[in-house]
Design a protein around this ligand. Structure first.
Ligand SMILES: [Zn+2]
Length: 193
């Protein structure tokens, strides 16, 4: 029995609740709190997949992490993971931008910036084309992200040209330039016609 840990059935899991372990704010707003934690069925607003806020997870969130008991996961696990990756790549891009701005004569910083731009774009495409997360019902997300991708890749190509001008011997840039060009071509709306 203990081995079937994965995919617990929705609505069947109950975990004892201990409000004395909640945060102060949680205890104040939920003075009458009795009963157990129960699985909460939710629909992910991002991909439309149904998922479960497990009773055991509620216990962890509210009693260990001290999150407010009204808090619910905003998206499913897969979407949360994709979002984390996207965020990390965006942060890396911002860091590379800052560094390139701080050291405008550094070829290394410029190459790092091109690299960060390409990786950020590729990560964003990945997260928007993962089979279960095609956002068929949310085309606006894709458009928004791809429009910024377009700007990003054009900047990357301009930076590649600059690197080649300043440091013709730099070979690292060629691969990134190719990936940026490929990404840009994939964005062109009528590339197939
Ligand atoms: Zn989702």
């Amino acid at each position: 029995m203990g081995s079937s840990k994965k995919t617990p059935q929705r609505g069947t899991q109950r975990v004892p609740r201990d409000p004395t372990r909640w945060s102060d704010a949680g205890r104040r707003s939920y003075s009458a709190s009795y009963g157990d934690y129960e699985d909460v069925p939710l629909i992910c607003p991002r991909c439309g997949v149904s998922f479960t806020f497990l009773a055991s997870m509620q216990k962890h969130w509210f009693e260990e992490l001290k999150l407010h008991p009204s808090v619910r996961p905003t998206v499913c696990r897969a979407c949360a993971k994709l979002a984390r990756t996207e965020r990390a790549l965006e942060q890396a891009l911002h860091a590379a931008l800052r560094s390139a701005r701080a050291t405008p004569c550094s070829i290394d910083a410029l190459v790092a910036l091109v690299r960060a731009r390409v990786l950020q774009f590729e990560g964003s495409v990945r997260s928007h084309t993962t089979p279960a997360h095609t956002y068929g019902n949310r085309p606006a997300w894709r458009q928004l992200s791809w429009r910024s991708g377009d700007k990003n890749l054009r900047a990357a190509l301009a930076e590649c040209a600059r690197i080649r001008e300043l440091a013709p011997a730099n070979h690292e840039v060629a691969a990134w330039e190719e990936r940026a060009a490929r990404g840009l071509a994939s964005l062109t709306p009528d590339s197939a016609s």
